[in-house]
Design a protein around this ligand. Structure first.
Ligand code: ATP
Ligand code: MG
Length: 269
């Protein structure tokens, strides 16, 4: 089971768009996928038409110890299960303050899934912060994907993000590695996007060999700016259902192919 945390504490960089469309693309490719919405905004859930009405069990109930993860999953499309979130999740940060195991709730919940519920991929859509929800994702993850919008300030904040992964690797999850950076909202043909991409590769090459991001790659698939990607959430559909011929669908399909190809590389290693 590959567990991928999609994180960046910077807001609006494409975390949710990437989590949802990657999850949907993997499911279309025949993989069984669990998408965990870890953002109290609940955007990933809404994007797939999963709404957490009054009595619906959500990921909040898992953090509150009231439900198992398997009890809150809803089937959004074939092979894609969603653990929805809603605004209640905003209370989790405070409610867990005194809990000794607050950083490993999600990992334990995944370990406790019944053997009848297995997934090829777990994708975790993190909120734009480095709080306890993101730390839970990093503790449960085998890989981290970082969506990044290549503009002048993109690299600012990246060092804080990397420090957090290093800290979690040291204290809670030896297996953690930053697998890749997904360039989102990419403006093709601009000098700036190309420059930032070069700066980023240089930074990665020069990093400490023990750093969890040392082997991170910049995914070859660049997610171009495409209005269809911004429209799809309001129809409760992934890009593959909403606009299968759009550049957004093409770009995410390529990303899915790259992600699946990494299975073979890992298996060979
Ligand atoms: P937050 O930090 O608030 O959780 P996020 O990092 O999850 O944000 P998204 O919600 O995925 O970012 O994207 C921010 C906005 O940009 C959304 O309105 C989304 O529809 C839009 N968007 C994301 N990627 C693209 C793209 N490639 N082309 C056009 N619009 C995009
Ligand atoms: Mg989001």
């Amino acid at each position: 089971m590959r567990c991928i945390a999609v994180m960046n504490q910077k807001g609006g960089v494409g975390k949710t768009t990437s989590s949802v469309n990657l999850a949907a693309g993997l499911a279309r490719a025949g993989k069984t996928v669990c998408l965990i919405d870890l953002d109290p905004q609940g955007h990933a859930s809404l994007h797939l038409g999963v709404e957490a009405f009054g009595q619906t069990a959500t990921i909040y109930d898992v953090f509150a110890g009231k439900k198992g993860l398997g009890d809150v999953l809803q089937l959004a499309i074939e092979r894609l299960w969603v653990a929805p979130a809603d605004i209640n999740l905003a209370a989790t940060e405070l409610e867990l303050v005194d809990s000794r195991d607050r950083e490993i709730v999600l990992r334990q919940a995944l370990q406790k899934l019944p053997s009848t519920q297995t997934f090829d991929y777990v994708i975790m859509d993190c909120p734009p912060s480095l709080g306890v929800l993101t730390v839970n994702a990093l503790t449960a993850a085998t890989e981290v994907f970082i969506p990044l919008q290549p503009h002048f300030f993109a690299l600012q904040g990246l060092s804080k993000l990397f420090e957090t992964t290093a800290l979690v690797k040291r204290r809670l999850n030896r297996e953690l590695r930053v697998a890749g950076i997904v360039l989102c909202l990419y403006e093709t043909g601009t000098r700036l996007a190309a420059d930032i991409t070069d700066d980023l590769s240089r930074f990665l090459e020069q990093s400490d060999p023990m750093a969890p991001w040392k082997h991170a790659r910049i995914f070859k698939s660049r997610i171009r700016r495409n209005i269809k990607l911004a429209e799809a959430p309001s129809f409760g559909q992934s890009i593959f259902d909403y606009a299968p011929k759009s550049s957004g669908a093409i770009d995410y399909e390529e990303l899915v192919t790259e992600v699946i190809a990494a299975e073979a590389i890992k298996a060979a290693a």
